[in-house]
Design a protein around this ligand. Structure first.
Ligand code: HEC
Length: 129
């Protein structure tokens, strides 16, 4: 009984750690994005555009939340390469999950100093085109 209790506590601790906002962005990225954009966001040739060190992400940083939720289609140019594919959205992700994912992509993958707050992300999501 004592063993079960401490094991349970350990589990809670591990899960709690994993859900720190800082780490959540990365695990969401690995779960929902890396299959196409690759582990470090480098993309895959002419098929999938990069999301790390990507001029598109820098120029359109305030559209990133909308792209994550609703997807993107049509011709775009990323770091000089033209893509004309379609990406489906992730409607199952909450505002907070999208905020954490956006934080990870802007800050960790693109060195953008000041990622958006959750309030700013909510405003952006309200105004998606
Ligand atoms: C099934 C493959 C696939 C998955 C999974 C995917 N994408 Fe995409 N993504 C694409 C494709 C293809 C495009 C190019 C769309 C176009 O040509 O208009 C794209 C474009 C983008 C762009 C704009 C261009 C760029 O590279 O800066 C961003 C930002 C982006 N995706 C972020 C994400 C994020 C964040 C996730 C995870 C939530 C994700 N994508 C999941 C395929 C995918």
């Amino acid at each position: 009984m004592k063993f079960i209790a401490s094991f349970g506590l350990l589990l809670i601790t591990i899960t709690a750690c994993d859900y720190k906002p800082k780490n959540q962005g990365k695990s969401l990225y690995l779960k929902h994005c890396q299959s196409c954009h690759m582990e470090n966001g480098q993309g895959l040739g002419q098929l999938f555009p990069p999301v790390s060190n990507a001029d598109y992400v820098n120029i359109h940083s305030d559209e990133l939340a909308c792209i994550i939720r609703y997807g993107l289609e049509g011709e775009i140019t990323v770091n000089g390469v033209t893509y004309n594919e379609a990406m489906s959205g992730n409607r199952q992700l909450s505002d907070i999950e999208i905020a954490n994912l956006t934080y990870y992509i802007l800050k960790e993958l693109n060195d953008i100093e000041k990622p958006y707050s959750i309030a700013e992300i909510r405003l952006q999501l309200d105004r998606c085109k």
